[in-house]
Write a protein that binds this ligand. Sequence first.
Ligand code: HEC
Length: 130
Amino acid sequence: MDFRHSTAAATLALGLLAVPLAGARADDGLPGAGKHLFETHCRICHADDLAKKSYGPPLVGVIGRKAGSYPGFAYSDAMKGAGFTWTDTAVKAWMADNTHMLPGTKMRHVGVTDPGEQELIVGYLRSISK
Ligand code: HEC
């Protein structure tokens, strides 16, 4: 490979890196990155805005909310009887292995086990829980 080609490849690689970094600009930590992960793993079933419809319960205000308590959502019996409140730790455990945490839940297993990703998603959920 001659020098001009490798320079072009490096310029292209830098250009690609700049895209996610630009999306991560934000008000508390990295909600841009957290929002992106939320959209990848959760948004297909959960709304992050009460004006949007979703198959699962909306996650606006979920941190600090009693499990299974969003008005009007048809939760599983398991979730209705869960009896705990959603904390950062509980939500992380939930996204890692929800079907083990609450057998009988109707949320399918998502398996987000990377602690960095969990932190970013929880950060985003906090930002929409104020
Ligand atoms: C395939 C659809 C689907 C995906 C993907 C999904 N969920 Fe869920 N989620 C549900 C459903 C359905 C419920 C209700 C579960 C029940 O009633 O047992 C739920 C419930 C929850 C609850 C409890 C809410 C409450 O009001 O008590 C939390 C927290 C949650 N999900 C977080 C997440 C996060 C975070 C992600 C992404 C990492 C995610 N979910 C991905 C469908 C999904």
